[in-house]
Design a protein around this ligand. Structure first.
Ligand code: BDR
Ligand code: CA
Length: 312
């Protein structure tokens, strides 16, 4: 099994990512940390705690992190994720108590109390917590097995024509994470735009006949609603679980090694991930970008995970 820490901003698709992670026997989720992004830190942290109850995982620490980006003004995405951050899904107030430590402490302690190379970090929100963690505890950089993040894109953006939300919210943090020297796999929009939740996928979750299957259906419906006026998508793309899938079943998400940096000062391009695909990557290149997804295999994995979670 892979030991993972999940840094997230739930978030409709973050919720699906957490369901996939918690329901997969291949993963041992050591901790969940939150960062302001899709909604305020307060709201996304509440969602993370309520989801831990719902998924029957209330012994796994949930810790809150950065309220706002390193340099820029906060930016949320209520137009996509709704006022609570979970779209149409209404969860009861959490019973799981918030860990008293800051997310940065939890990230550092989780990495430093495990053997070198043992912990993988999966990030599905803005990268503020990770950037702060490597500034405050630079020794974690060489101990992390890999950072697998949903963010950026090789050829497209969503917040702007070239910038993806997680990167654009805190581009300074993203640059710190991409250039730290630890292995980073960027699961960007080119790939997550293939993770379309078709009506058939929705039906598979409904057919589970469990409360969690129904929550998955409502998460997908929330995204369907949010994307309904977007001509480019007949079905909504579910971004964040693709990063989790890459850790569980790497063969489902193809990748290519390539240098990645982040535009910080563009007139039109701030927050763009600049991926160098000219020729093969240099020997010391620690970054890779996702290039394709096995759609059927991916959704089978997520449906299985939700089935495994049963009806706790
Ligand atoms: C990313 O931004 C957020 O809105 C989603 O949760 C996902 O992490 C997609 O651009
Ligand atoms: Ca997210």
């Amino acid at each position: 099994t892979h030991k993972v820490l999940i840094d997230c901003d739930p978030g409709v698709d973050d919720a699906l990512a957490l369901m996939l992670a918690h329901g997969s026997p291949e993963l041992n989720v050591l901790a969940v940390t939150t960062c302001g992004g899709n909604q305020t830190l307060e709201k996304v942290t509440r969602n993370a705690l309520s989801l831990a109850d719902e998924l029957g995982k209330d012994w796994i620490p949930v810790a809150a992190g950065a309220q706002r980006p390193l340099v820029r003004e906060p930016l949320t995405a209520g137009h996509v994720h709704g006022d609570t951050g979970l779209g149409l899904v209404e969860l009861p107030d959490p019973q799981h108590a918030l860990d008293e430590r800051h997310a940065v402490e939890v990230i550092a302690q989780t990495v430093l109390t495990h053997a070198p190379g043992e912990v993988t970090i999966i990030a599905t929100g803005p990268l503020t917590n990770l950037a702060l963690a490597i500034r405050q505890y630079p020794e974690i950089v060489e101990r992390v097995h890999e950072v697998v993040l949903m963010g950026g894109g090789v050829t497209t953006g969503n917040l702007t024509p070239v910038a993806e939300f997680n990167i654009a919210v805190d581009p300074e943090a993203a640059r710190a994470v991409f250039t730290a020297g630890w292995p980073v796999t960027m699961v960007g929009l080119d790939t997550t735009h293939q993770a379309l939740a078709t009506p058939e996928v929705e039906a598979q979750f409904a057919a589970l006949g469990t409360r969690l299957g129904q929550i998955a259906v409502e998460l997908i419906r929330s995204y369907r609603e949010a994307y309904k006026n977007n001509q480019a998508f007949a079905n909504p793309p579910c971004h964040d679980p693709v990063a989790v899938a890459r850790v569980i079943a790497p063969e489902l998400v193809s990748v290519r090694r390539a240098p990645v940096d982040v535009e910080l000062r563009g007139e039109l391009t701030t927050g763009q991930t600049v991926v160098d695909l000219r020729g093969s990557a240099p020997e010391d290149c620690a970054t890779a970008v996702a290039t394709g997804l096995d759609h059927g295999g991916f959704w089978a994995l997520v449906v299985d995970a939700v089935r495994n979670l049963g009806a706790p």
